[in-house]
Design a protein around this ligand. Sequence first.
Ligand code: URP
Ligand code: ZN
Ligand code: ZN
Length: 467
Amino acid sequence: MRILIKNGTVITAEGAASLDVLIEGERVVALSTGGSDVAGSWQAGADLVLDADLKYVIPGGVDAHTHMEMPFGGTTSADTFETGTRAAAWGGTTMIIDFAIQTKGQSLSAGLDAWQAKADGACAVDYSFHAIISDVNESSLKEMNVLVQQGVTSFKLFMAYPGVFYATDREIFQAMDRAADNGALIMMHAENGIAIDAIVASALAKGQTDPIFHGLTRPAEMEGEAVHRAITLAQVARAPVYIVHVSSSPALAAVVQARDLGQNVFAETCPQYLFLSEEDMARPGFEGAKFVCTPPLRPRHHQAALWQGLRTDDLSVVATDHCPFRYADQKELGVGDFTKIPNGLPSLENRMDLIYQGVVAGEISLSRWVEVTSTNPAKMFGLYPKKGSIAPGSDADIVIYDPLVGQTISASTHHMAVDYSCYEGKTITGRVDAVLSRGRQVITAGSYTGDAGHGRFVPRQLCQHLR
Ligand code: URP
Ligand code: ZN
Ligand code: ZN
């Protein structure tokens, strides 16, 4: 199958140009300035011509932080790999990296096998895995080398959630030490979980049980402290570290300080920290539960610092941390006790559109939009230039994006398997028009034309973003 995308403006991390894109099978094979004889002959030989006049042609989004079918907080996140990756396609994301969880007492490989079984044959777009290490011991440390060989080159550890995923500083250091040897990237959930547990206990003792107390018991300083500690441990271990879901200015300040000193420290933020705030957790009744995620939403003034971090590359990636729970029968587990509200928000389908609003508002450039949503996550997690690029040899994961049409975000029209949207009624500019996943059209003129099972597991190289 030969596909020609003509008349569009190709936007990459490097810039913008009027280029026609020729695809053969699963790959991009050539780019040419529109209107030339070459493009004319391409058109004659094409099986399908997509006209991208007045539209952007961008590399498909790479969401490096999702949780499909994740057992958490006494329930399981609502999107399966099938529904979640279909929603990803609708939103212009053509690659996800999910987290395979090691159960305490079991091996990392058993966790990976379990997650491979969930995803195998179910995905609309390509996928890969990070591994969550819940049990740092001699055997799981050794196993990190095996997973790296299998293309699972990044490992998440938690300074939060004591009794669930929490790792001690000693364990974190041991995993970093191993990563310094085998080239893996340690991803850190950085919040001081031990101190937070004490704050939570004292709130509950005072009868403070509403959703807003989820936020008030996890102060930004507890995130800043943990980020600083994680960075210091990584510095001593001589390992690179990637801080996930940075939500606040103290956390970002610790990242900036380390990066200014030249340390290999990287960070992501998520749409919810750029667009939502603590006020949402304080909505009347139990509605605030819709906005409970960890780290929590912050007072609005943190948002300007995060946008600045995106401009300066102190925040290199925007990922969603997509971890959806239905309001009706899952979030309600926490009525009368905020600690029982399953933590996480849906936003996989909205990420490309939401971050495009940063372009509309003048916060970031078009190229930076592509860089933080596609190119940088691909480089960070060893997928570039297969993903995150439109160049000869790259996978034909391509989105045709219409920057001129408006849309209103709503649970009644989204495709995530969850009964609410954090952005309900928000009107935005721009919309995905067509999506190709490895040369296969998965979104065509407002319809889903993909298949569960088209998406493949992609083994990853080591981080390509080191300084
Ligand atoms: O609230 C969140 N973030 N849920 C998912 C688990 C995590 O910590 O990433
Ligand atoms: Zn986390
Ligand atoms: Zn997460």
